[in-house]
Design a protein around this ligand. Structure first.
Ligand SMILES: Cc1cc2nc3c(=O)[nH]c(=O)nc-3n(C[C@H](O)[C@H](O)[C@H](O)COP(=O)(O)OP(=O)(O)OC[C@H]3O[C@@H](n4cnc5c(N)ncnc54)[C@H](O)[C@@H]3O)c2cc1C
Length: 319
């Protein structure tokens, strides 16, 4: 358990019992949106970070892709997704996501999330790698995640049916016969808590925080996957990890914490990738050059890094 999640001296040592209709684990965009969608059903929303502003959501910079622009369509967004997926994308799921994603973003616009707008008052759309339309919405430039979470938390605060409990680490799901009847958690002030609920929603984010070099926060440790697997769920597609090919490596010694992201939007706005000789290598790799899909960019960078390491070691060997 990380230090921040350790019990305070006054924490209750006896097991407490809480009851609710729905318990949602996670206060990122998924957990907050789920809790809001369920109102007025009572929801207990638990999150392990000291404040509800945790998880990857607050770090999202480049914006949200959604086919909401004039002339764009969910079909086009889905086709781009399939093209970028190297034959691994389920086209039906891509279309579902593109349709529901566009609806969700329209809903956020209507709910008053402060997405950036142009002089004409319309929401501004940016273009990113592998998209054939400008379809990325931003809020506050590259602080989209932080602004979106702020808006969702304001909506949650105005929703009496949702109770948010921070510093509460969920450690196990409780099974009764064939169903999940609640969960076991540790809350910093209250100690061990058993939550009895009709429904449990795991919105615990990804596993990126497990990598040594990562742009993800420390709390992104795949807890939901582990909880679900232990409770008997079959996990699928674990090999697909969302990642960014470009991050800023600090010049000095690193403390191993998350690296600042060099967002794709930089390349969308014209930033170029150069090798150690100052050559623009992505032109040889993909017709979209710097705007190629992330896996293509990441593999090209890795090849250049290996070449550079080989060059350095042969120079060292000659000396
Ligand atoms: C640097 C960076 C930039 C990004 N940029 C973009 C972008 O531009 N556009 C885009 O679409 N996506 C972007 N992403 C990805 C995007 O942020 C995530 O896909 C999205 O935020 C995931 O939301 P989530 O609610 O599923 O998870 P998260 O926001 O990670 O939330 C997970 C929540 O679960 C809680 N939790 C986890 N385990 C437990 C537990 N055991 N007990 C209690 N609580 C727990 C955490 O505290 C947290 O509140 C970016 C990600 C990063 C890291």
């Amino acid at each position: 358990m990380p230090d921040t999640y350790r019990p305070r001296p006054e924490a209750d040592s006896s097991l407490q019992h809480w009851r609710t209709s729905v318990v949602v684990v996670g206060s990122g965009v998924a957990g907050l949106a789920c809790a809001l969608a369920l109102a007025p059903t009572p929801v207990l929303l638990l999150t392990k970070t000291p404040a509800p502003q945790g998880g990857s959501s607050i770090w999202a910079q480049g914006g949200i892709a959604a086919a909401v622009g004039r002339g764009d369509s969910a079909e086009s967004h889905a086709a781009d997704t399939v093209d970028a997926g190297a034959g691994l994308v389920d086209p039906d799921r891509a279309l579902l996501l593109a349709r529901e994603g566009a609806d969700a973003v329209r809903g956020l616009i209507e709910a008053g999330v402060p997405f950036d707008r142009g002089a004409d008052g319309e929401v501004t759309l940016g273009r990113e790698a592998a998209h054939s339309f400008a379809r990325i919405v931003h809020a506050g430039g590259d602080t989209t995640g932080r602004n979106l979470i702020r808006s969702l938390l304001d909506m949650v605060a105005a929703t009496p049916s949702i109770r948010v409990v921070p510093e509460c680490v969920v450690v196990d799901l409780i099974r009764q016969q064939d169903r999940i009847a609640g969960l076991l958690a540790f809350q910093a002030d209250d100690g061990w808590v058993q939550v009895h609920a009709n429904h449990v929603v795991l919105a615990t984010g990804g596993i990126g925080g497990l990598w040594r070099a990562t742009t993800n926060p420390a709390e992104a440790t795949g807890d939901g996957l582990a909880l679900a697997a232990r409770a008997g769920a079959r996990l699928a597609d674990l090999e697909f990890v969302q990642f960014h090919p470009t991050a800023l490596v600090p010049a000095g010694p690193s403390d191993g914490s998350r690296l600042p992201l060099l967002t794709e939007a930089l390349r969308g706005a014209g930033a170029l990738l150069l090798d150690a000789d100052g050559r623009r290598f992505m032109l040889d790799e993909h017709p979209l050059a710097e705007l190629a899909p992330r896996d293509v960019v990441a593999r090209a960078i890795a090849r250049r890094a290996r070449l550079l390491a080989r060059r350095c070691s042969s120079i060292c060997a000659r000396r």
